[in-house]
Design a protein around this ligand. Sequence first.
Ligand SMILES: CC(C)(COP(=O)(O)OP(=O)(O)OC[C@H]1O[C@@H](n2cnc3c(N)ncnc32)[C@H](O)[C@@H]1OP(=O)(O)O)[C@@H](O)C(=O)NCCC(=O)NCCS
Length: 200
Amino acid sequence: MNTTFNVRPLKKEDCREVARIRFEIQEWGFLPSLGVDFLSELLKGTCESKWGFGIACLDKKEKIAGFVFATTDLKKYYRDILFRRGALMAFFAFLRLLQKPDLIHGIVQYLGYPDKMSHDAIKAEWLTMVVREEYRNKKIGNILTSSLIEEFRKRGVKQFKSTVASKNEISCRIHVRYGFKFMRTFNLHGEEINVYKYII
Ligand SMILES: CC(C)(COP(=O)(O)OP(=O)(O)OC[C@H]1O[C@@H](n2cnc3c(N)ncnc32)[C@H](O)[C@@H]1OP(=O)(O)O)[C@@H](O)C(=O)NCCC(=O)NCCS
């Protein structure tokens, strides 16, 4: 057992901090470019949704060192989040668009994401994992991956998928280490994305 770090479910009160942590990593993924307010709403919606969940890894002082988010049914999750938080998300995305109009292209592409992911009939998906830079290489990524698999198991999920930029060596390595099976690649925002599946 790891006594330096603990895991617990993410709460709505954590979401603003978690959104800030995610926002700082702009080099990967599209959604962070829509800003902290947008991300914070999305994550609060994830904590509220029956089809979403998040797990935080905390240090001894209860500071969030890293986190994962996932869904047990991607399409139902998106519909639910849009219903719960869509108006506020659209508002914050619009404010961001006023500052950065070229984001519109990314938004249009992103709307097609659930369709790009619907080929393989696996509904559950691991959405994201981030470890704060100062906490990296201390096995928190491994702790979060194990906790995520356990949470999927508790929720009765038999298999889930995960997407990672193929150039993201560290994350791809964690997937291979845990026995995820590589399925295919696709292109999102000009980036090659690996799709993996995990059978529980
Ligand atoms: C990916 C990420 C979550 C990993 O977190 P972490 O806590 O540092 O990961 P761990 O310490 O548990 O494990 C990292 C593994 O990568 C290896 N590694 C570390 N640096 C590496 C590097 N530069 N190149 C290749 N492998 C590396 C470690 O040896 C370890 O391998 P092992 O488990 O076989 O020993 C973290 O780097 C991160 O937040 N990255 C930015 C966001 C991201 O890319 N998220 C994943 C996409 S969803």
